[in-house]
Design a protein around this ligand. Structure first.
Ligand SMILES: [Cu+2]
Length: 164
């Protein structure tokens, strides 16, 4: 799996022609009960999406639901994209009475639990987009978990009205 990632990222993904088999990865993991006995976890990624940025802005937030059906806590430790300079995990905090964002080094996904990354809460902050993303585009993301390993997803860009 790890061997194929650089090839995928260097190849069709940049052109947006490869659909990542996110569901296929889930399905094969589900059919391999020995994964859990080896002490590995399985993280299910659902509803990933990226908020469309205003024209000229190369900074976007991404959201998704990370579910951990296994009996062992896991952590999202890093996120990369061939289309981004840097990706941080951000949580919302109150600083001097104002809502602000704070980068955290990892995100814990509890055993038998799930974490929702959503507007107004924890999110992925994507810096230095190499091209503008419009609604309908897709952003490939490589999620690295401490135990579950690396997952490739393909997050659609959505336009969201209001809130600002
Ligand atoms: Cu942020």
């Amino acid at each position: 799996m790890t061997r194929t990632i650089p090839m995928l990222l260097a190849g069709g993904l940049l052109l947006g022609t490869v659909q990542l088999p996110a569901n296929a990865v889930n399905a094969s993991a589900a059919e391999t009960p020995s994964a859990e006995t080896r002490g590995l976890t399985r993280i299910e990624v659902s509803d990933p999406w990226v908020r469309e940025a205003p024209p000229g802005i190369r900074l976007v937030a991404a959201y998704m639901v990370l579910a951990n059906p296994s009996g062992r806590t896991d952590r999202l430790v890093s996120v990369r994209s061939p289309l981004a300079g840097k990706i941080e995990i951000h949580r919302m905090i109150i600083r001097n009475g104002m809502m602000d964002m704070d980068a955290i080094p990892f995100l814990t996904i509890p055993a038998k639990g799930e974490v929702k990354l959503q507007p107004g809460g924890t999110h992925l902050m994507i810096y230095g987009l190499k091209r503008e993303l419009r609604a309908g585009d897709r952003l490939p993301l490589e999620l690295e978990f401490e135990h579950a390993g690396t997952r490739l997803i393909d997050a659609p860009v959505r336009k969201v009205m209001g809130k600002h």
